[in-house]
Every structure is written in C-alpha cells, then in structure tokens.
Design a protein around this ligand. Sequence first.
Ligand code: ASP
Length: 717
Amino acid sequence: MRLRGFVLLFLIVWIVSGLAGEGMWPLSEIRQLDLKKKGLKIDPSRIYNPQGVSLIDAIVKVGGCTGSFVSPNGLILTNHHCAYRAAQSASTPEHDYIRNGFLAASREEEIPAKGYTVRITESYRDVSEEVLSAVTPGMDFAARTRAIQRKIKEIVARAEREHPGKRAEVAEMFIGKTYVLFLYTYLKDVRLVYVPPRSIGEFGGEEDNWMWPRHTGDFSFLRVYVAPDGSPAEYSPQNVPYHPRKYLQVNPQGVDEGDFVFILGYPGRTYRHRTSYFLAFEEEIRLPCVANLYDWQIRVMEKAGQNDREVMLKHLSRIKGRANVMKNYRGKLLGLKRLHLVERKREEEKALQAFIDADPARKAKYGELLAAIGRVYQERRQSAQRNLILDYLPRSSNLFNFALTIYRASNERAKPDLEREPAFMDRNYPRTKERILLALKDYYEPTDRILLKDMLLRASRLPEGQRIQVLDEMIGQEDPEAAIDRLLDAMYARTMLNKERIVYAALEQPVESLKILDDPFINLAKNLYPVYQELKKERERRKGELDPLLAKLVEVKKQFLQKKFVPDANGTLRLTYGHIRGYSPRDAVYYQPISTLRGVVEKTTGEEPFDTPADLLALIEKKDFGRFQLKRLGSVPVGILYDTDTTGGNSGSPILDARGRLIGVNFDRAFEATINDYAWSEEYSRSIGVDIRYVLWVTQKFGGADWLLQEMGVPLK
Ligand code: ASP
C-alpha cells in the first residue's frame, strides 16, 4: 500500500514536472517544445509567425517592463509598478496620483507618461559570425572586448541607416558566442489612462512584495500615440492613438487551478550558465553588501519624507526601487543557502572536469577552462569592496551622478560617435539627458548629503590595497568624519548643479568650459574620472578574458550533458509556459494558487500598506462581483500563482490561457523564486500575477470606467 502510494505520488510529480520547467524560450525555439502536448490549444504559429501577424506583435516593452496591447486603439495593459514613475512625476501634493490614483475620463484627459517609451519588436536575425569576425588572433583581452563592442556599434549603425526610423540593438545570447540583431520601433508619446490608487495597486507594499499569497491590484492602463501619419512622434495634442498590428483578446472568465498558461515578455537577466565562482561571489560579497546598503538608505529616505508629503514624493520611486532590490537579494541569499547552489555547482563542475579529463583531446582543449575562470574571480575579489564603492557613489548622490555624467559627456562627446560609450552616442544622448533632468526633479539636498557622506566614510575605511587615492587625499587621515563634514559643507554651499538651467547647459559643454564653471561636484568628478576610466579598463580586460572561456564552457557542457541549452535572459522576447499551481514554501505549509477578495478583507488593517479604500470594501461587502467571480471560490480571484520561468523585466507580461487569451498580468515571484536568476527550481519557482477578473472588476466597479471594458471588447454584464 505504501509502495503504491509512493509510486502514485512519484507519478503525479513526474507528470506535472514534465509539463512545466526551466525555460525562457526564444521564439525561434518554440516549435520544438511540443506545446500542444503540454496543454496549448492553438497552433503555435498563432503565437509566433515570422511570415505574418501573431500574438507576439501585441507584446511591447514599456519602461523596464513588459506590456501588451489590449485594444485596436493603442491601449496597453501593464503593472501599476511599471507606471509608477510616470504617476509620481505627474503628481503634486494637490494632485497625488500615487495616493488617489488617476483616471482619464476622456482621451483629452490622458496625461503624458514622462520619459516613457514603448518598444515594439519588428524583426531579428543572427549576426554572430559578423560580430566575432572582429576578433583577431593575438588580441589582448581588453582589445578583444573593445573590438566586439565596436563591431556591434557598426552593425547597429548600418541597420539603422538601412531602416530609417527604427532602432537596432544587438543582444548577446550566449556569452562570447552568439549575437542577434533586433530591429525595434520606439513610440514616444505614452500617456496614463488608468492607475488605481496605491492602496489597490500597491496593496501590501513592501511587506507583501516578493510574497505569496498576494492581494495586490498591480495593474495600470496606458495608451500610446503617434503622429497623424502613423509615424513615431514626441508628445503632441495633434497625435492620434496608435493602431497595433495585433492586440490581445481578453478572457474575462479567467482560469482555474491546474490550467495551462504561458507568458510572453522581456525577461531581463539570468545567470544560469555561470560557474560556482560567480555564485560564490554573489553570495559572499555582492548580494549582502548591496542589500545592507539599501536597507540603510531606505531608512534615511523614509525619515526625510516622514512629515512632508512633498519631500516624500521626491523619494518614493527610489525607495520603492531599492526596497524591491533589497528584498530580492535577501530572497536570493535564502535560496542560495537552501538549495546549496554553490555546492551543487561545484559538484557539477567536478563531474564536468572528470568528463573533460577522460579524453586526451578534450583535455587538451578544455582541461584548464574551469581553473582559468576561477582565477578571474579570484582577481575580482581583490578589488571588490573598492569597486562597489565606485559603482554606488553616483547611485547614492544625485549631485555626484549629475557631475560625473556631465564630465564624462564632455569627454566622450568630443570623440567620433562610434567611439563613444553608448550613453553618449548621438542615438542615446537625448535619453541620457532626459534621465538626468528627471532625477533632478527629485533632488533633495539633505538626503543627498547624508548618502554621499556615508559613501565617503565607507571609502575612508577601505582596506589597504583597495584604497581610492583621490579620496584619501581629499579626506586626509585624521578624523575622516570631521573632514568629510567640512568638505561637504563647502561643496553643497557652492554647487550650482541643483539648478536645471545649469545642468542642462553643462551637459553640452566641452571640458574647458567646465573648468570655468568651477563647480565643486564637477571638480570631484574630474578628479575621480581617471579612476573610473581605470575601472572601465579593468572590466574590459576581465570581460575579454572571461567571455571566450564562458563560450567554451557552454560548448563542453553541451557535449557532457547531451542537451540543447536555453540562452540566459537578456531583455529579448521570450516565451515560458506552465500551469496554475501552488507550492510548499517550507515544512508543513502548502499554498493554494488563487487568492480572492476574501484575502483583501482579511489583510485590511486601515493602515498603510493594508488600507483598502472604503468604496472597495463596500463593493466586497455587497458581494457586487458583477460577472467576475469564480463560482468555486465564491469570490473574485485577485492573485494567481503558476510555475512558469520568469525574472525581472517580466513584470507587466500578459499571462495567456491555452487559447492565447489574456487572463492576467504577471508582476512578481514568490520569495523563494527570486532564485530563478541563478537556477530554476521545480519546488520553488512560482510567479505571481494579478488575475484579469480583478483587473476588470476594479476598473469597472471601483474605477467606474465601463468604457475601458468596452474598448477591450469585454461585455459589461
Ligand atoms: N517584479 C519584477 C519586475 O519588475 C518581476 C520579477 O522579478 O519577477 O519585472
């Protein structure tokens, strides 16, 4: 009996696990997945069809997120947190769209989402051979990196010449090995249509972030506009809604436990093909350092805005971003430990080494591979503390960031376009400037000063061998804290970089004119510039050494494991599939995969972040569920959980049912699933979405925006 039970359990696990699994698949691979067997009920060519129109034509990248067209008139559904920056920068204490939400009653009332673009994928092709032709024998490591980067810029420039109005980007699929050229259309007039209030869109806040069960209405609607002739254009009242080639059909019936789902989106980065050396570096150094730094910075910013909403509004977006990263890193640290990932990787590498050593020819080619990779990471550890400070200095102080960007720009912009760092090339510089000016809007001196002081203090405590001499000379040996205070007093009193007019003008100045400006922050940037240049070279060298090693590693691992690999996520369009499915986060606990309005009520305390609007509670109380309840649960589903393979960047991705209809919007992962970036786990990899029934219910019943449902073709009753 026990044996039979065991066999049955094994069979169930085996069947279910065979149906989902690791894989952020490039669209070119989906034919070999046999999706029909997994549960898909349409022909895969309806998902991806290079010869015609298919579902992927409805998928866009918006901000750092994914979104999808849901109407013929350019209406886009994405997450609340993806529209957050736009809602924040349009907000004032009188018109607080974060707190109260925003609904445009007509097209005229839609407001620009400043700094947002919508990216549509037009086509792609493999350019690996051309990229790698830039490498010649005898090149040193740094030269190799630069040659590849230069070649990529040339390919991009040529593609953009051949396709006026389009943007080209080359994505590295397998490090040092395969490269794909993507052609994109960027639309620039993006507007806010409906953003629910924070108490719905961000319900649960940081407490619930990266957690299941979830009751967050993390959705918003945007609309994208083009010039009357259909071409991409900056905001203008004359612009007209964009008509996409394809928009998604909404399925207001949604799905239930066990149903097949798939996701199309733009996952950002994963590191599954890296080694134990990389993982150990992450676990021991980078993740804990950054998580602790952000933890402290968040507290500083929260305190600054505690009693002043205007000040708080300046910090909200940064707080949210950092809190998100911090918790994600803590989740990863937990996952690394629980799954013993470093140890597991070491075991795998041992087995791989044995395989390599077993054959003389293989040994000659790959024998030293792992040891060589290990040495690169050993070297990286030597300067890790110092480099973290250099990286986080501009991220911590806005003023220093402005100054460094200005100084870099004046140096880079003096070079021919193709030789500049990407941010300063003509095709990217307007965006770079725009970002700086947006950040200036949120500049707040007291916070900036506290964070900068902290970074300088950290620099003053660096161990021997990692010291930053320029800063040492500036701060001196005696009582660094007092010295830093004096220094900052003088710098903040004299700087002009808190003025938009000055920053704007300085972003276009040659180095000589910057000298005349004699701003203390620009002077600091000038002094540190050679240090940053040296850091850049160090990284080029390391990349030039590591990339060909990683390319070889994939090669030999393929021979060893006899299987096809999926390239790591790199911001390009991918498909992942799975089922609506619960999980067990720890001993004796099992989570159901669908949450409902009942949970919204249960969690509500009246205090932020569990302060559900009274009108929403009244609707729940009245059981005014319209057509959106799931009978089995007697309530409206709010969140759904599924075992697809997603990562950062997948936020806002449409969740589609077996027939390719929209049934939810992906926005997060379970805490344990933050480990996805390093490894996919059958037990823990669960993604979280907001159920389409909740989206529609809130939009109709709470927002009163019947017209949006009609625009999506959803019957009101
Ligand atoms: N919250 C993430 C995003 O913003 C999604 C994830 O990391 O799972 O893309």
